[in-house]
Design a protein around this ligand. Sequence first.
Ligand SMILES: NC(=O)c1ccc[n+]([C@@H]2O[C@H](COP(=O)([O-])OP(=O)(O)OC[C@H]3O[C@@H](n4cnc5c(N)ncnc54)[C@H](O)[C@@H]3O)[C@@H](O)[C@H]2O)c1
Length: 250
Amino acid sequence: MKRCLITAGANGIGLVMAKAFADAGYRVWVTDVDASAVAALPAGIRGTVCDTSSEPAMELLFSEIAADWGGLDVLCANAGIKGPTAAIEDMPLEGWHQCLGVNLDGAMLAAKHGARLMKPAGRGVMIFTSSTAGIYGVPYRAPYVAAKWAVIGLMKTVAMELGPFGIRANAICPGSVNGPRIDRVIEAEAEAKGMTPEAVRQGYASGTALKRLSDPEDVAHMALFLASDGARMVSGQALTVDGFTINPDP
Ligand SMILES: NC(=O)c1ccc[n+]([C@@H]2O[C@H](COP(=O)([O-])OP(=O)(O)OC[C@H]3O[C@@H](n4cnc5c(N)ncnc54)[C@H](O)[C@@H]3O)[C@@H](O)[C@H]2O)c1
């Protein structure tokens, strides 16, 4: 059975990915800072409370994976927080650091410790969750955008470094995904722009060719494909799951 680790997998997109990998026959290990969501994971999905931006916590997690699983086939570095929504002249440094800590430090630490497990096996797949914010800019979201661009740079470097060892790395760039998180993003943007949340949501949908928001399942399907042998020649890519963004700032 293939072994898959998903960071921030107890809620939202990560949880849907965890269920999809479990349904596809993988052994799934999820980490999250939300202890009650970890405790409520579906039967068969293993969970550990772990802050992905903390190196001691990540070191401990990967030593447990090495001890209990003896290796890792798929790493989904999915953790991300939305960070502050603020004009650049008002951007709080603390919120900037926090956002980069979870989105970027967390991805790097997952790749670092994941590589230590995968390299000796001569195979593995890393899947980073970036965002369309990692391809375009998003007004008032400088920390998140900077972090998600950086995740793509990290992924490309990792793909080049680890490719000779049989390890592929790619990033998924979801657009706006239905769920509680996008509701929070929309509310913050509506407030920053003096708009109604519904107008912001409509704008998100109309800014895509397919005129709708994605669902977490759309992201999970892409992750399963990237993890599969069908994607054996796909590496170093940032793949959007966004209905084709035609206007990033509607
Ligand atoms: N929802 C969207 O519209 C959207 C769009 C593009 C990209 N993304 C990205 O997808 C990923 C998942 O987002 P989501 O929508 O599921 O978010 P979510 O807010 O629904 O869930 C995020 C999870 O991350 C966990 N978490 C927060 N900080 C953590 C940390 N330090 N260590 C470990 N876990 C932590 C939370 O407890 C939560 O379970 C993120 O990287 C996000 O940036 C989301």
